[in-house]
Design a protein around this ligand. Structure first.
Ligand code: HEM
Length: 545
């Protein structure tokens, strides 16, 4: 694209080329032959068997038989919408930085006159494609920015910590939380033995469990939900200098939850509650908005924290580093075709643009492999990036070729480098002219399969969360623990949750949980725990409404 970058409509214009809205036209086969009868198969005789020759029947039925693609292995249930992202003019970055260009060269974040088209998909994690919206679960919040410098995918959740610290544990987590393998029960709830068995043996999960038991797991509407990039990422400027960043989406309407009784009624009465909510408000013209905020901190600050910024079970408390709003996202257009847009959109945290880079968070590092890999399973082809909803608006030009369902017709003889005979040889672009260059982080180490000692405090931030809750929020968390653990058959799992996890968070909390699930009250952990009563007011939903 030209120097002025993409415009808000550029993705819609691109999609327009593949939208098909024929009106009043003839019915044809997929190959353009006009069809005279689409209700009756071709038969041998008045009441005879159907004949192989019936190409219209075979084509219609084959297409139907192949309509479904595998659902996402996680986050199968979701919905999405188009919109735009626009950076603010002169965002307030506090005393440390004058403007964003000081920390990143990413044009999508720094050009206030530019509206970058986006597509955002919200999702639950555990349930299958047809499950209910209002279950107790984490929500996905994934945004594809079609920037002038290529696609950037910010693939986040509505809670800022995560369950585990290393990508190696992800298949275990998902096997534990999905329906149990023998009876495929429960469909979309965490209230079962395998999940709590895993949790009770995995103390690093404690912080995330506090969020999952809270109202955060029952969002009232997608437009009333925060989003978080979760991992520490890097921003990189023109000079190649880097600061760490945490990304935050903050809804203009405030952060609101449903209460448990509402959610359980909705499972039955309106299992599309969140999906419909998003669709309806956009159709009615009330376009939902979120602010994108950043927490910026450098290596020296990171070393001062009492947790490791590479550990995805930790947040950077807002009391330590404030969130600075830098722009807004507006979702203003519903999809035309759910399958083509919402189902086929394929995110990948490895899609970054110059100025945005990764940290060594071992969960993020593993995700950089997993998403590309899983799209091969879902689409059966490396050409999933050619599907209209996934195509960048920025130009693409390279020597990648062929494969199942290739859409591009690449001309010429040379699809290799170096070559001397191609007229259209794609040229590498130096970093100064916009080529992506990875941040030159110094890395020097001994090969080792390990867990860093700096990842070992599993309870301090869980306690920070508990301490930051209002009394009604605490009551809701205790009630949720009663329901969830009350559905666990094995008593030893309930006991481990109380004694090994919750009692290390807060003795009173553990005692209240124990009372409701037939577990003897725990003894006070006494002096073994670091004694502090820190709070971060931003964690309470009451302060976010
Ligand atoms: C979806 C893997 C952690 C957010 C997925 C999918 C896979 C996956 C395979 C399905 C993608 C598809 O079929 O299109 C992993 C692995 C993780 C991990 C291996 C850890 C090692 C996370 C974390 C977050 C997250 C920490 C939040 C920051 C999402 C979201 C989606 C998703 C939002 C749905 C994207 C959509 O709407 O299509 N993940 N995930 N995941 N993941 Fe992760």
């Amino acid at each position: 694209d030209d120097a002025d970058g993409v415009d808000e409509e550029s993705k819609q214009d691109q999609l327009e080329e593949v939208r098909e809205n024929p009106e009043g036209e003839d019915l044809t086969s997929d190959h353009g032959v006009k069809i005279s009868d689409t209700d009756n198969s071709l038969k041998a005789g008045e009441r005879g068997p159907t004949i192989m020759e019936d190409f219209h029947f075979r084509e219609k039925m084959t297409q139907f038989d192949h309509e479904s693609i595998p659902e996402r292995v996680v986050h199968a249930r979701g919905t999405g919408a188009h919109g735009y992202f626009q950076p603010y003019e002169d965002p307030d970055l506090g005393d440390e930085y004058d403007d964003l260009e000081e920390v990143t060269k990413a044009k999508v974040l720094t050009k206030p006159d530019q509206k970058t088209p986006v597509f955002t998909r919200f999702s639950t994690v555990v349930g299958s494609r047809g499950s209910s919206d209002t279950v107790r679960d984490v929500r996905g919040f994934a945004t594809k920015f079609y920037t002038e410098e290529g696609n950037w995918d910010l693939v986040g959740n509505n809670m800022p910590p995560f369950f585990i610290q290393d990508a190696m544990e992800f298949p275990d987590l998902v096997h534990a939380i999905k329906p149990e393998p023998d009876d495929a029960i429960p469909q979309a709830s965490a209230a079962h033995d395998t999940f709590w068995d895993f949790a009770s043996l995995k103390p690093e999960i404690t912080h995330m469990i506090m969020w999952v038991l809270s109202g955060r797991a029952l969002p009232r509407a997608y437009r009333m939900m925060q989003g978080f990039g979760v991992h520490t990422f890097r921003l990189v400027n023109d000079e190649g200098d880097s600061v760490f960043v945490k990304f935050h989406w903050t809804p203009k309407l405030g952060t609101h939850q449903l209460v448990w009784d509402e959610t359980t009624k909705l499972w039955g009465k309106d299992s599309d509650f969140n999906r419909k909510g998003l669709y309806d408000v956009i159709e009615e013209g009330y376009d939902p908005e979120w602010e994108l905020g950043v927490q910026l901190f450098d290596e020296e600050q990171a070393e001062e924290f009492d947790f490791d910024v590479l550990d995805p079970t930790k947040i950077v408390p807002e009391t330590e580093v404030p969130v600075r709003p830098i722009g807004k996202m507006v979702l203003n257009e519903t999809p035309d075709n759910f399958f083509a847009e919402v189902e086929q959109v394929a995110f990948h945290p490895g899609n970054v643009v110059p100025g945005i880079d990764f940290s060594n968070d071992p969960l993020l590092q593993g995700r950089l492999f997993s998403y590309q890999d899983t799209q091969l399973n879902r689409f059966g082809s490396a050409n999933w990036d050619e599907i209209p909803i996934n195509r960048p608006v920025a130009d693409r030009h390279n020597n990648q070729r062929a494969g199942f369902m290739r859409q591009e017709i690449n001309e010429g003889k040379a699809s290799y480098k170096p070559n001397s005979i191609g007229d259209d040889d794609p040229q590498e672009v130096p970093a100064e002219e916009g080529g992506y260059e990875h941040y030159a982080e110094k890395v020097d180490g001994t090969k080792i399969r390990n867990r860093s000692d700096s990842f070992e405090d599993h309870f301090t931030q869980a306690r920070l969360f508990w301490n930051s809750m209002s009394e009604p929020e605490k009551d809701n968390i205790v009630d949720a623990a009663h329901f969830e653990l009350g559905n666990v058959d094995r008593m030893e799992i309930r006991e481990r949750m109380v004694y090994d996890l919750f009692n290390n968070v807060d003795h009173e909390f553990a005692t209240r949980v124990a009372e409701g699930i037939g577990v003897d009250p725990p003894e006070s952990p006494g002096d073994e725990l670091p004694d502090h009563d820190r709070e971060d007011p931003s964690l309470s939903m009451e302060n976010r409404t």
